[in-house]
Design a protein around this ligand. Sequence first.
Ligand SMILES: [Fe+2]
Length: 220
Amino acid sequence: MNPQILFQNRRRFIRSLSFGAALFTVPGLFAEELVRTPSQTEGPFYPDHLPLDTDNDLIIVNDAVTPALGEITHLSGRILDARGEPIRNALVEIWQVDNQGVYLHSHSNDHDRRDKNFQGFGRFLTGSTGEYYFRTIKPVPYPGRTPHIHFALKMKGRDKWTTQCYIKGEPRNEKDGVYRNIVDPKARAAVAIDFAPIKASRIGELAARFDILLGFTPGV
Ligand SMILES: [Fe+2]
């Protein structure tokens, strides 16, 4: 091989290595700044019969014309491993009460008052960025609990992992048994998220961001 070409190739190789190293280092630093998301109980209301529609839009069931009641929220975040790197192919499931405080579960209180236009449950499979997205409602309280959204993560070779997120600044949080079970204040703060108005929205939609940093790396 022409030595000049070899040199160029080698230089390109070294450049790609250092670029790779930079990519590897940055998520690691990010992980140090982030707090691990605490796991929390699944609770008793994971749907006992999954709805026919299990997509990531909980506001519209199948092709219904009428949307769910409640404050529409665009809920998104990233699923990250212990090194702060995105997890691909994680199945993210959420479930929560409708705007009347009723779960999609046969043992939920006030089951006959359930909003039939709220899907109550949704799923999203992450891609290479680890990002997930749901359109849902801002959670409301029900007897005995502060507002929250349940999350379950299903990843190959791992047991199901569950947690819950809360509304930041909601006074009921401090009286909630599950929330108070999280002892570390930083971990508590990590599950209490903002539901912020979207300025451009004419119908008062909200945006909420909940990143989940796991304490393990799937497949390792
Ligand atoms: Fe719950």
